[in-house]
Design a binder for this molecule. Sequence first.
Ligand code: FAD
Length: 301
Amino acid sequence: MIEPDSSVSPTISFEFFPPSTPKGWANLDRRITELEPLEPSFVSVTYGAGGSMRERTHDLVVRLLQETEIPAVPHLTCVGHTGAEIDGILDRYAMAGVETILALRGDAPRDGAGSERGEFEFAADLVRHIQRFNDRNGSSFRIGVAGFPEGHPDTPNTLEGMAHLKAKVDAGADWICTQLFFDNHAFLDWRDRCRLEGIDVPIIAGIMPISTRKSVVRMAGLAAGTVFPASLQRALGRASLDDEDAIAEVGLHWASEQCRDLLDHEVDGIHFYTLNKSDATLRIHRSLGVRTARSLRRANV
Ligand SMILES: Cc1cc2nc3c(=O)[nH]c(=O)nc-3n(C[C@H](O)[C@H](O)[C@H](O)COP(=O)(O)OP(=O)(O)OC[C@H]3O[C@@H](n4cnc5c(N)ncnc54)[C@H](O)[C@@H]3O)c2cc1C
């Protein structure tokens, strides 16, 4: 089980994406070697549109399971998939020893390709499908789902958005991992609203340290609706245009402060969107004084 529990709480976890080139794989191997000593509760592996990317998700998950001690959690998007295709993917993950799936809707390709074949409209349908798969096959996949503290662009009505999140939990989701955010107040208020709605599963906060000026614009597109607080923008603005090191330091400092504050507010877990890098995650982890499972054992607690 990878969810926050009393022995290693809060969870610390990382997200990787499956590389598309040998150089990318070599880089990721190095990052995994650097991050493994932190004993993350799990690492998750993104899943994307297109056949080869999908196969690479499976390859990376299997590799992590075979070559490391870290539990690997594959992301699985249902848009454009048939139920039989999902079953085929779940069969292979069950055989590989995967215990937990992050169940997502995904986004239909802009040209609409493949969407007509899809049997699933929303992530809640995938959660129900995985539960039926568990019942039929005697498997016991645990299920994570996505949450959006600052709202999801398709659902401007935040009360409806909350009801849709609750529907995923009622369908059988065991935990929630959030979209990246930079404003802890937004997260903490949304977490309160989740609890008021009766959503009582662990909620893991998604954190992405800003590393380059270009990445800010990319993130704003990927995580549409995410607010960049004025004080963060001012700090980024003080760095001179050609000083990417300064941008990375601002990003690192902001993310460290976010994490420290989240821990003070007893967050269930922190999930780092690493972008297959390790430096910022390592430095933030160190600054938090979070103990690993191994150090807890050494201290005999
Ligand atoms: C932690 C995390 C990991 C991610 N990993 C990936 C990845 O690996 N690959 C990838 O392609 N994408 C990934 N995404 C992006 C995600 O697929 C998109 O943001 C997608 O638009 C929403 O996915 P979802 O699972 O939240 O969908 P859903 O829960 O289905 O929600 C999608 C939208 O539909 C609305 N909705 C839900 N149910 C209903 C209903 N019954 N009636 C009307 N509206 C409804 C919701 O309010 C929301 O606006 C990730 C996102 C997060 C937060």
